[in-house]
Structure formats: C-alpha cells, structure tokens
Write a protein that binds this ligand. Structure first.
Ligand SMILES: Nc1nc2c(ncn2[C@@H]2O[C@H](COP(=O)(O)OP(=O)(O)OP(=O)(O)O)[C@@H](O)[C@H]2O)c(=O)[nH]1
Ligand SMILES: [Mg+2]
Ligand SMILES: [Zn+2]
Length: 301
C-alpha cells in the first residue's frame, strides 16, 4: 500500500496510510524501521516522501516495511522535506522583532526552489493595526502575498485554512514566531509543543526539533519545521539577485549602464524609482544589503 512519510526520528520513519475506516479523518500510522531502506543512490528518505509499504504483522501496533519510493515532485534542502506545494513563511510582527533582510532571504530561498510563498506576519495582537498593515504593505509589489495575522484570531485561522486547502504546505521561519501555534490552530489534533519566548533573550526556545507533516484533511497537509535563522542569502552570483525583486522589473533596461546592479551606479532607474516612492525603500535596502553580502562572499572565496 501507498503512504506518506510524516516524521523521521530515532531510526524510524512514520508512514501515514489512508485507511478505509479513517478514524475522525485520521490516517493509520505505520512505524517503519529506517534500516535497509536507504536507496541505492545514497539518497535519504525525506518527510513528505510517498512510499510503498508492506505491513509486518505485529501484536503491538502498526509496523511496516518501506519497499519503494514514488517519484518526488520536488525536494527542499532546508528544511529537508519533499513534495511541497507552497511555503508559508512566518515572521512575528513583534517578539521576536522581524529582520526584514532575513524575511527576504527566506523568500528568495523558496523562490530558488520554485516553491510559491505566502508571507504571514503573526502576532498582530501585539502591535497596533497600522503598523501590522504597513509591514505587509512592504511586500505589495513583490509578487509575494503578505498578511498580518494572529494565531489567536479565529477569522485569520479560517483564512489560513483556506490558503492551505488541497495542498501540501510547509511552515518556515525563525524560532518563536508562532509556527507551531499556527499549526495547532488549523489542525487541533496536532498538538505540537509551543515555546514561550525567553523574556531575557527575546528569542523563542527551539521547541520544534524535527520536521513533521500533519494531515489537516485527507488532501491537505501542513508541515511544521524547526525555526532557523542563522543562514544568509542562498549562494548565487550577486548579479542574479535582482531576479528575485519583482519591483525592479519595470525599470530593468532603463538605467544608464547595461547590467546595472542598482546599488551605486549613476543614473540608476531603480534608485530613481525608490526616491520617487515607486519602489518600496525597505525592499530596496534589503536588496542592497543582500547584494553586499553576496559580493563579499565572492571576494573571500
Ligand atoms: N501574542 C501572541 N503570541 C503568539 C501568537 N502565536 C504564537 N504566540 C506565542 O509565541 C510563542 C512561540 O510560539 P511557537 O509556536 O512555539 O513558535 P515556533 O515558530 O513554532 O518556534 P520554534 O518551534 O522554536 O521554531 C508561544 O509562546 C506562543 O504562545 C500570536 O498570534 N499572538
Ligand atoms: Mg515550533
Ligand atoms: Zn540600475
């Protein structure tokens, strides 16, 4: 029978199989030992993989053996998961304070892997409404839809559920922003552990330690991932970065110099657009700082 790896931990893979007598819409979970299922090409099974399993009779529960893998639609490197339709990138409006450069890095990382992104600024209850809306508006022309939300707001949770419908989505973002809380809100059976923010460090404790896939309904899956923030922009040629800033597209080709980087050159159409208020300054500044990061990385290589 065919199932899906929902969790890999401690030498076991847990495989969800839709059962005929689905109890409350929940699949059967087979525990499969990791030994012997590593593929010949050396690739590791990933959370999200569709697999063929053979049940192994056992009086203690549902045990299975992974016999084969179905082709992957895609595989992400970080987090290491497969068959993802979209990424819900989560940042907090406050606590922890968002770093928008990091937000852009997350978005770019997903775009590079061809994963559509929805951006959520969570914890809107901790800030005034105008500020929450202004944060989301920064991404107005980016091609990424951004919403201020709260995991504690029923209407927001309903809206998020709508975004997930029929797809496999991953929650990605730094620690403490409320990914697991959001997951619990849309999928109450999940009961993922959530962590208080450390008052002193103003950072979330790393409460989620492994990626895990939850069934919201039969064809809707949501994956929780551990928060991570200690990475820079994905490696690329600095001149390629502008491809990920849709705001710049209308001005491409209008700068004085061919191949203008839009950072320091005279008569740069993008910079003029920023000064005229046509391109969001925040996004432009993020671009410049990521560009510098890529440049210095190149220099020291
Ligand atoms: N005020 C407020 N607090 C929230 C909201 N969503 C989550 N929190 C709190 O933020 C803290 C961190 O939430 P988690 O869900 O554990 O964060 P996480 O993103 O899963 O963190 P990691 O697992 O470390 O990556 C918890 O104390 C939550 O109760 C919200 O909408 N408003
Ligand atoms: Mg978590
Ligand atoms: Zn330019």
């Amino acid at each position: 029978m065919t199932g899906r790896i929902i969790r890999g931990i401690g030498g076991f893979y847990y495989v969800a199989v839709a059962s005929s007598g689905m109890t409350e819409g929940q699949p059967d979970i087979y525990e499969c030992h990791a030994r012997g299922i590593f593929r010949k090409d050396g690739k590791k099974p990933l959370v999200g993989d569709y697999v063929e399993i053979e049940p192994v009779p056992d009086e203690h529960g549902l045990i299975g053996r992974i016999e084969g893998f179905l082709p992957r639609k895609n595989e992400l490197i970080r987090p290491a998961v497969s068959n993802v339709d979209q990424a819900i990138v989560v940042f907090a409006i406050r606590s922890p304070e968002p770093s928008l450069v990091l937000t852009d890095s997350f978005i770019i990382q997903m775009m590079m892997q061809d994963i559509p992104v929805i951006l959520l600024f969570n914890k809107k209850d901790l800030a005034d409404k105008d500020y929450a809306v202004s944060l989301a508006e920064i991404y107005g022309d980016s091609g990424v839809k951004a919403y201020p939300v709260s995991a504690r707001d029923e209407e927001d949770v309903r809206m998020i559920k709508g975004m997930l419908d029929g797809r496999t989505s991953i929650l990605a973002g730094p620690s403490g922003v409320g990914k697991s809380t959001l997951l619990n809100a849309v999928c109450p059976g999940a009961s993922m552990e959530t962590g208080e923010i450390s008052k002193k460090l103003k950072r979330g404790k790393h409460t989620t330690r492994h990626s895990e896939l939850f069934a919201v309904s039969e064809d809707t899956y949501l994956m929780d991932t551990p928060g991570f923030s200690a990475f820079g922009v994905p490696d690329m040629d600095p001149e390629e970065l502008k491809v990920y800033y849709r705001e710049f597209f209308p001005y491409e080709g209008s700068c004085r110099f061919n191949g203008c980087s839009h950072t320091h050159e005279p008569d740069c159409a993008v910079r003029h657009a920023v000064d005229a208020g046509e391109v969001n300054r925040n996004r432009y500044e993020n671009y410049c700082s990521l560009y510098d990061e890529l440049r210095s990385r190149k220099r020291y290589r």
